[in-house]
Design a binder for this molecule. Sequence first.
Ligand code: NAD
Length: 262
Amino acid sequence: MGTLSGKNAVVTGSTSGIGLAYARAFAAAGANVVINGFGSPEDIEKERAKIESDFGVKAVYSPADMTKPVEIAGMIALGEKSFGSVDILVNNAGIQFVSPIEEFPPEKWDQIIAINLSSAFHAIRAAVPGMKKKGWGRIINTASAHSLVASPFKSAYVSAKHGIAGLTKTVALEVATNKITCNCISPGYVWTPLVEKQIPDTMKARNLTREQVINDVLLDAQPTKEFVTSEQVAALALFLCGDDAAQITGTNLSIDGGWTAE
Ligand code: NAD
């Protein structure tokens, strides 16, 4: 019996990177999972089936687009219909865009605010009634070191992540007496497709080579000079789901190699 057996989790943006690591860590602990995100149907089906065969739990896929509130509500409803409840909600889907503010496309601003911030509001709004009814819940939002500090050329991302930190505190207070906790995790740089994809634009914005971006921009932010791993982030989330974390709520937990200590 895993520590999460009998529990059901929804993880947004879990077809890749940190989200996939959360989904696999929860499934390894015995939870059924709803995975979500974009990608080729074959790859997604492979990941979904692998979760079931590796861990002996149920996994279903929701194609909900995190820019669409109706689809987000549908994703929570799918979890409730498939498993009976959504006990754990991880708001993790996110995108990045790197550009000086005067050239930042307004539609990219809107998209980042929708995916990285508003989707968490819509998902929490839809999931909280079921958690209250059950008298137990865990809400975890993937924030970022950029929920605490800024970097140039990431205006929308930094704004959305600071917003996530505020939303986390507000929700934590509202559900504090319902045995529901709400926290955010703030990773530094984790080597995922999201980080890899921003390298060319950062090269352009800062006039640097690929190696300079990796060493002088990304790893320069982290005193340990190492990337965080997705599995380390997932292990922290798993801890937050346990009984030992019942009194941890409304916090912003850094896992950033010392970045925000400076
Ligand atoms: P990733 O690109 O590997 O994964 C992002 C996931 O979000 C994918 O599954 C993608 O399909 C999904 N997604 C994107 N747009 C979507 C939409 N409209 N609807 C539904 N799903 C959508 O990135 P990652 O690095 O694993 O990032 C996951 C989270 O972690 C993000 O919120 C990101 O901001 C945060 N984060 C990442 C890092 C890092 O260094 N990688 C650091 C701090 C925080």
